[in-house]
Design a protein around this ligand. Structure first.
Ligand code: NZQ
Ligand code: ZN
Length: 386
């Protein structure tokens, strides 16, 4: 195992009825900005539960954060934070709302001129305004990690930020929120979490047995519960496993002591920035081609994954690895997730070249666990995904 440090300060309140405990987690004198998305919380009862739990607190609301949280909209919320001297932020939503709140928490204390520089110049957030979350959509793990991804329509960019100041103080995970999530978003959540595990696992063996088995157990659990949650999001037992898998897939634990890849996400973010394709779907488009392109580098882990997760015991290492990629693609298809770019946009020609150019311009010349993936390789992976 590689050396590591691990600290995750986020307190988790998991289970039915936990939203009622919200008031115990927020300082009594807090002036809160409550941030939410396009309105799902108003029709599924979450808004009532939150406002009921926060009776007596001073709250200003900011709704309308869209999926793929938009910089221009977040600047409106930032202006309110400054004008109203907000000292606590509460995110009520999925990854987009939580990521938007992380940006706000950082930008509120940022002293530079243009908050976009936090993203464009990769400025780490050491301290931020305190914030907590009520998660309504399991997927990203943002509720228990210190990363955030922000989109900017004006420049068609989607960039990440992070730092130790961006862990939520607490996150409330009530699996009952899942019953109102549309199928498309449940499928996205499963696919995103599954790919998070792949990004931290599908590299090369270093003998970190416990880390490997954490990762494999999350994937096995997602495979097991996926059809149940898809068929009935009100199945509390399955929903609880689904929710905890998503959190555990990206709260830092499984990446410790092992090499990680993250090329699928780096490339996928460009497909969202260029075409607005849902985040998880961009991963399903890129991952199979990425693993096929890097079969030689990743075949040992792919074969281990084939044996342990898909129970493929016959054949050579290469054969098992190849079958495992096909199984992964089939799993995405079973969730009604398409895995070719041409199934999402007719104007896919030229995508490979434009992503290659963007990565060259940004100096992203060495992706993956070996820092060996060049923009030219990225272009080949993208064109294999057409
Ligand atoms: O906006 P509302 O009306 O609330 O509707 C949302 C939204 O339309 C809806 N929804 C959420 N909870 C619901 C619900 N509908 C009914 N019932 C509920 N309980 O679902 C839609 C999608 O929500 P969104 O927050 O965009 O989805 P998700 O959680 O998948 O977040 C995606 C964003 O997170 C980023 C992605 O890039 C993308 O921008 N990521 C963040 C990461 C992180 N911070 O660690 C890692 C990920 O890899 C990812 O990049
Ligand atoms: Zn993701």
């Amino acid at each position: 195992m590689l050396n590591f440090e691990f600290k995750n300060p986020t307190k988790i309140l998991f289970g039915k009825g936990q939203i009622a405990n919200l008031s115990k987690e927020i300082p009594a004198d807090a002036k809160i900005l409550m941030v939410y998305g396009g309105g799902s919380i108003k029709s599924n009862g979450v808004y009532e539960q939150v406002t009921q739990a926060l009776k007596g607190f001073e709250i200003i609301e900011f709704g309308g954060v869209p999926a793929n949280p938009e910089y221009a909209i977040l600047l409106e919320a930032l202006a309110i934070i400054k004008k109203e001297n907000i000292n606590y932020i509460l995110a009520v939503g999925g990854g987009s709302v939580i990521d938007g709140v992380k940006f706000l928490a950082s930008a509120a204390l940022y002293e530079g001129e243009e908050p976009w520089h936090i993203l464009a110049h990769g400025i780490r957030t050491e301290v931020a305004l305190p914030f907590g979350t009520v998660l309504t959509l399991p997927a990203t793990g943002s509720e228990m990690n210190s990363g955030s991804v922000i989109s900017r329509a004006e420049t068609k960019e989607k960039l990440a930020m992070g730092g130790p100041g961006l862990f939520p103080a607490f996150s409330i995970l009530d699996p009952e929120v899942i019953k109102s999530i549309p199928q498309r978003q449940i499928a996205n959540g499963i696919t995103d979490a599954y790919t998070h595990v792949l990004e931290q696992y599908m590299t090369y063996p270093i003998g970190a047995c416990l880390q490997d088995r954490f990762a494999e157990s999350i994937m096995q659990t997602l495979i097991e519960v996926a059809p149940k949650v898809m068929a009935n999001p009100a199945d509390y037992t399955a929903a609880a496993d689904f929710m905890w898998c998503c959190t555990m897939a990206l709260n830092g634990l499984i990446q410790k002591g092992v090499p990680t890849d993250w090329a699928v996400h780096a490339i996928g973010h460009e497909l969202t920035a260029l075409y607005g394709i849902d985040h998880a779907r961009t991963l399903a488009i890129i991952a199979p081609s990425h693993y096929r392109y890097h079969l030689a580098q990743k075949k040992e882990k792919l074969a281990q994954y084939a044996e342990r997760v898909w129970n493929i015991q016959e054949g050579s290492v290469e054969e098992k690895a190849t079958q495992a990629i096909a199984k992964t693609e089939e799993f995405f298809h079973s969730l009604d997730i398409k895995t070719k770019l041409s199934e999402y946009t007719e104007t896919y020609e030229g995508t490979a070249e434009s992503i290659e150019e963007r990565f060259n311009t940004r100096g992203w010349k060495a992706l993956g666990e070996h820092k060996s993936i060049t923009p030219a390789d990225v272009a080949k992976i993208v064109s294999m995904s057409y």
